[in-house]
Write a protein that binds this ligand. Structure first.
Ligand SMILES: NC(=O)C1=CN([C@@H]2O[C@H](COP(=O)(O)OP(=O)(O)OC[C@H]3O[C@@H](n4cnc5c(N)ncnc54)[C@H](OP(=O)(O)O)[C@@H]3O)[C@@H](O)[C@H]2O)C=CC1
Ligand SMILES: O=C(O)CCCC(=O)O
Length: 495
């Protein structure tokens, strides 16, 4: 290990796993790909670049593990999940270090994600104990009607790089709690956090085959995804990522009529009304927009400010955006880390250039930051006088760019906010109780933050409407996609 690698300082070097996990065994391959640090471009590790044979082995292992795992009392499955949660928290510093190294987010944010990610495990450990069936009042005295809920079977989870741990646990925890073995395919950019989490699952006593992790680069990910989708054994696929890939996976799952949970792209409006608490709105916009360098599907993408407070908001917001510190996530005090790769940088640059060409005013930021160490850094950027024609209004920027739009009336704000095919998160600031209900009900989104820019927590149903996806993750609803409803009709009761 290069002594200058950020991973040389792990307290527990056993968490740097560079093999895939299939059937409880760590599996290598002659074909590997490099995991790199987006803050420096330096290689961190090589991990296996797997293909069809390995996916088939993982599916077979999961299928083999299904019977014993789903037959365990929920309380016993819960005990494994709780032990896993405790180990994730115990090793939070090392996991955060791995995450910052491969994903780039500031270390404190990475640590926050570890605790957040771990919280899905104890939440669903409890929910798994409450997968209640029902009895239905009979309409025929000779019969009784019962409803059971049973594990859906083998599940697959394809996860993105922006939340390398939480997007895994949010899917895997309800699956495991309900009695389903899982096969995880993490993003090419961030397999190390996933593998470290799997190592801790092993230490928590996860039975062989119940949790499998397959790694692959972007090309092999397509093949791995196809084999998972084509399999009749895999009964559920959960995916977080772009709407474009979500559509492909949905089409690929059609022949086997798989259950699907899709958490796809967003284009979140963030509305500030004249009656808002402006300081609170500015803080909310900073948190919502610049968290994870703007790379979350619930990040504010379009900031609409009512004419009466537009100038005051811009002035306060610009001061705070200008004060954000960008740099390597391991440096103390850094608020905004690197973007994940070159393509992400290019997309952000295109959105900024397009907005300026169409009349937006650049108030701060606006360009790449070149550092001696390399890295994919972009200045936290604020654009005023944005309009609906701009790319940043129509597409998810997924970067640290805040376009601010001026609006006149509540009706205008609602119309503009809803004028997108996406419907994941939305936000608005107002102190008027009537407006809070009117706007909250009118926004065509799965989630609405009111007077807050942060809405995520394990206890609530996270998900979108329209082309932002299907199903809900987290909350008591998050386990529903992992169970099948079975109706038992009991006859001859009178005999
Ligand atoms: N909803 C969200 O949270 C996210 C939204 N996005 C949006 O998507 C844009 C592109 O980001 P990107 O990382 O490319 O997101 P993708 O949707 O391409 O990737 C997400 C996951 O899907 C995998 N994948 C990609 N294509 C396929 C396929 N054909 N079959 C099976 N698996 C596949 C990826 O693997 P691999 O990484 O190996 O290619 C990754 O694990 C972002 O700019 C952002 O707008 C991105 C990430 C998360
Ligand atoms: O970007 C995502 O897909 C998930 C957002 C993270 C969260 O807030 O849970």
């Amino acid at each position: 290990m290069d002594p200058n690698s950020p991973l040389a300082a792990l307290d527990d070097p056993g968490l740097l796993r560079t093999q895939a996990l299939i059937n409880g065994e760590w599996v290598g391959s002659v074909n590997t790909f490099a995991v790199t640090d987006p803050a420096t471009g330096r290689e961190l590790a090589q991990v296996p670049n797997l293909g069809r044979v390995d996916v088939d082995a993982a599916i077979a292992a999961a299928a083999n593990a299904l019977g014993a795992w789903r037959s365990k009392p929920a309380k016993e499955r819960a005990a494994v999940l709780v032990r896993w949660q405790q180990l994730l928290v115990k090793h939070a510093d090392d996991l955060a270090r791995l995450m910052t190294a491969e994903q780039g987010k500031p270390l404190a944010e990475a640590r926050g994600e570890v605790v957040y990610g771990a919280s899905f495990l104890d939440w669903f450990a409890e929910e798994g104990k409450r997968v209640y069936g029902e009895t239905i009042p009979t309409t025929d005295p000779t019969k009784r009607y019962l409803v059971l809920k049973q594990a859906v079977g083998v599940c697959a989870a394809i996860t993105p790089w922006n939340f390398p741990l939480a997007m895994i646990t949010r899917k895997v925890a309800p699956a495991l709690a309900a009695g389903c073995p899982v096969i995880i395919k993490p993003a090419e950019a961030t397999p190390l956090t996933a593998l470290a989490a799997a190592e801790l699952a092993q230490r928590a006593g996860m039975p062989s085959g119940v949790l499998n992790v397959l790694t692959g680069d972007a090309t092999q990910s397509i093949e791995i995804g196809k084999v998972l989708c084509d399999s009749d054994v895999v009964r559920h696929l959960s995916f977080t990522g772009s709407t474009e890939v979500g559509r492909i996976l949905m089409a690929q799952c059609a022949p086997t009529i798989k259950k699907l949970s899709l958490e796809l792209g967003g284009n979140a409006p963030f509305i500030v009304f004249d009656d808002a608490d402006l300081d609170s709105a500015v803080d909310g916009a900073i948190a919502s927009k610049y968290r994870n360098a703007g790379q979350t599907c619930v990040c504010a993408n379009r900031i609409y400010v009512q004419a009466g407070v537009y100038d005051a908001f811009i002035e306060k917001f610009a001061a705070k955006v200008g004060a954000l510190k960008t740099g390597n996530g391991f440096e103390p005090g850094v608020n905004v880390g690197p973007l994940i790769d070159d393509q992400a940088l290019a997309k952000v640059e295109t959105h900024v250039a397009d907005a300026i060409a169409l009349g937006a005013k650049l108030l701060t930021g606006g360009k790449r930051i070149d550092t001696p160490a390399g890295g994919n850094f972009f200045e936290p950027t604020l654009l005023a006088d944005a309009t609906p024609q701009m790319l940043c209004s129509r597409e998810e920027t997924f970067g640290p760019v805040a376009p601010v739009f001026r609006f006149q009336t509540e009706e205008d704000a609602i119309r503009l906010a809803n004028s997108t095919e996406f419907g994941l998160a939305s936000y608005f600031y107002s102190r008027d109780i009537g407006r809070i209900f009117r706007v909250g009900e009118a926004l065509e989104y799965g989630m609405v933050g009111i007077n807050t820019g942060l809405i995520s927590t394990a206890e609530v149903p996270f998900g979108g409407v329209k082309q932002s996806g299907l199903g809900r993750e987290g909350g008591r609803q998050g386990i529903e996609d992992y169970v099948e409803v079975k109706y038992l009709c009991l006859g001859d009761i009178q005999k």
